[in-house]
Write a protein that binds this ligand. Sequence first.
Ligand code: PEP
Ligand code: MG
Length: 754
Amino acid sequence: MLEVLHRIVQEVNAAPDLGEALRLIVQRVRLAIKTDVCSVYLTDFDRREHVLLATEGLRQEAVGKVRLPMHRGLVGLVCERAEPVNLDDATGHPRYLFIHSTGETEYRGFLGVPIIQNRKVLGVLVVRQVESRKFGDDEVTFLFTLAAQLAGAITHARASGELTQLQPTRSPLNRYLSGQPSAPGVATGSAVVAYQLADLDAVPDRTTSNAPAEVAAFREAVALTRQELQLLKVRLSTELPVEEQALFDALLLMLESDTLVSQTVERIEQGQWAQSALRSTIETHARVFDNMDDIYLRERASDIRDLGRRVLTHLQMDKPREITYPKKTILVGDDISAVQLAEVPAERLAGIVSAKGSSSSHVAILARAMGVPAVMGVTDLPVGRLEGLDIIIDGYRGRVYVSPDPSVSDEYSRLAREDSEISRELEAMKGLKAETTDGVVLPLHLNTGLISDVMTVGLEESEGVGLHRTELLYIVRDRFPGEEVQFESYQQLLAAFAPRPVILRTLDIGGDKPLPYFPFAESNPFLGWRGVRISLDHPEIFMTQIRAMMRANIGLNNLRIMLPMISKVSEVDELQMLIRRAHDELLEEGRGVVMPPIGVMIEVPAAVYQIGEIARRVDFLSVGTNDLTQYLLAVDRNNPRVAAIFDDMHPAVLQALVQIVEGAALYRRPVSVCGELAGNPLAAVLLLGMGVDSISMSAGSLLKIRWVIRSYSRARAKSLLQAALRMTDARQVRELMEKSLDEMGLGGLIRPGK
Ligand code: PEP
Ligand code: MG
């Protein structure tokens, strides 16, 4: 049975369209289960009916015509229960429905299993037998497996319009493919499928007897790839802020890194041919990043593999095809890389859709910097069938419409008009203060540390850096960065913002963000060796960082130091002692350092309950709502399966925040919020109501949040907070705030994904 199942799954996967996939399934299943009839029904939610889509055993003319009322018959029962119904004699069941048009005789044996995708029943797969027959467990699971396969094919077909004839009344606005909203905005254009690079996985293991020739070919391929990247970098230089161009430098650095080239050459010299030597090196490097929980870091594995494919393409002497890009190009592909994006002339690039990747992918970062809407991780994207088709992408909600109806196009033209109005409003916010209508100023700070953060707007429009994540400096190297390297990096940042304050956070590396050169495995990394726990166990690493920070501050005097992941009061005491020691040592060395203000992040529930004791010891507090939410709600912040439960507007999180603000007030310590919550327009009003002293966010949120703060009075924010605190779940809080922002004329800012 298993073998038959594998074969059917393969055939279904290879089927050119849904119709063929369905025909195959009903034929093969009838044979495999040795039964009289196999049929597939699809649920038409608009007409509240189940439509017969394919059958083997009933009349073929009935296909597409027979429609069963949604809540009648046994098919309806399977759909309602979302569970299999297995009856040895269906004719005696109260829900049994006899239908003439299918050419039915009385079938007794009945087994129906639901076809489910993302909790939703899409249809029912049915087998029937003239005689009484109770189907066995393995037959039920056999159908289950095929139904799961079918669910994917149906979702594809729905999105690509293949099902339109069968569902004429279905609203076109409901027919789209879903992915991750990765760069905001709406775009319309024609699909161009990105050129597929050579496939590293397909490279066979081979040996060579002419290593020097293979080495030469490999070096030549690396050189050609380098030229190609440099060319693209130059081409994009007018489109991107300097910081974003650093992406290409990073790729070039990776390409030229000693390890990548020398390890491949070494493998060739040991007898492998260049192609498999390259594959092995790339895989070894990519795997280090594959195992990281942090989405941003995991994305680096794609960069490395993309580089590998580029070099391989040159090794195989394959020439990328010449593409004529239409005026409004929507670049689609299985796994679009930053480099593929750069190949499209910027003035023709309207949008990006990728089956793989996420909003942390380089390509998504670039798209945001260029203001090009993007949807990543569209798992059901039928890439091969999209070339030349009209596409609309909704980068706010992560939707992709293929060959959209005119009504969809009209709706999106309206959204695009609204968008340009909002952009004008945001532009008008530049240079203003985040001041409420009753005169309260809420300083807006910038989060930095990821490549994408320091955009010009961030530098010009923020009142300092509220959180600088120092991890990147450690991650992009092959060993711990020394004091000098760190000193230079921190000094650059402090100087760029001086005299505005800059909060440098000490290393928050841990089980979820392991360093390639400092590996350790844990079964529960988020509850493991992380943040200051590592700093305390390795004071030498911590002291090096503190020394670099203090030296960078000489002559600038705008440094603040912040400690992450504090869960015990004694950790604060011990770390402060180390900081004082570093300070004294530097003074003894004759360096003119000063003791900067020291603060801690409140992101572990234990710290919330000991807020007074902690506040008393430090100069400032900053709430990391990302971790605080994951620990309060017991939801892994990086696990897509529970992403819907991760909600930082949960009333429990709001209560914790209130408790923090009240605890800090007892000792008159300022409180900031630097998690994602601070950049959310709905939540910023509540934070204002709580009386936090500042908030810190990524550059893209600054002007939006300024607009929100300037629209409210502190008094109104307070009363909204009181209402929110009385609510029982996050959905109600969101609804309350959405309604309020809508009333204030800020509805455009809260479109999903904004
Ligand atoms: C947080 O946890 O909210 C935070 C700002 O820190 P990070 O996201 O770096 O863990
Ligand atoms: Mg954190």
